[in-house]
Design a protein around this ligand. Sequence first.
Ligand SMILES: [Zn+2]
Ligand SMILES: [Zn+2]
Length: 364
Amino acid sequence: MAQRDYYEVLGITRESGEREIKKAYRAKAMEFHPDRNPGTEAEEKFKEASEAYEVLSDAQKKQIYDSYGHAGLKNQGFSGFSGVGVEDIFSSFGDIFGDLFGFGGGRARRGGMSRGADLRYDMNITFEEAVLGCEQEIEVQQLQICATCAGNGAEPGSQPIRCPGCNGHGQVAHGQGLFVISTTCPQCHGGGQIQQKPCKTCHGEGRKPTMRSVTVKIPEGFADGMSLRYAGEGDPGMRGGPPGDLYVAVIVEPHPTLKRHNDDLIAEVTLSVSQAALGDKLDIELIEGEEMVSIPKGTQPGEIITIKKKGVARLRGGGKGDLHVVCKVEIPQHLSGKQKELFEELAFVSGEGKAKTKKRGIFS
Ligand SMILES: [Zn+2]
Ligand SMILES: [Zn+2]
């Protein structure tokens, strides 16, 4: 969408002063106020006017805009209000709207209702537990609604007063370079009101930290880095807001001999030269017991033997992954006399070099 000139949006000229800019914005905001004009078109116009006001009411931004236009602001990192909710605009311009609409910002109007925080718990499990699945009880520290005040933070029977920290807006503005960022008021947590007589049990917070045990069920085939989400098991919301979620992030400890690649298990075996050349049968220790693996004769170093469906159960059903056995071949570094003799003989019958067997007497 092509961006309109900010002066045109507010219906003013470049010569308009601070008061005129403010007056023009208030008129536009009144005209396109989303509460009076349901629908996205009015909301867009409201945002457009708010963005124009945001820029033209700020001397520095105005100067950039006057000199370089929209592109200049973009270069400074100003992204406008396209992705910003109407509520946030109210929060930023609380002062202007306060006397205009009779309330001090969208949030306070709703009584500071907010969603509880999401919680994250890091859980360590063993390689085996991830492969086979497990159940574990974890202790999560979370807030719980105070029973004494039922969450409103007031000593039973007392009345709340307007928050002095944000003057009831629920949001406080912080200047940060060119731009103003508003955050939830730390004093009232966005509610716009504080308790004159705070609840003694929770000190007016409405919630208090408690430990709670949660049973976590890890399904078989779980993997490192995955997490489980328990909807609604996070912190409770404020003033009737919905609770957050609990995320259990799973860290899988490595296995001393086995590795995993998705649903496949990877084992490593070290073969002697003769095992590699002649073939053998080996027992490999897997998670659920031993598995016999046939090493074919003539196995090369680095060769991988795959055994179907002996890997890890697929998390979403549908059987198991495969087992890959990586074959390493160890070349002996220290030979006994007899071994050396046999290698020399092997070399001789393979037609390599001289018949060293003649020298046998010297070394043995
Ligand atoms: Zn309380
Ligand atoms: Zn406040």
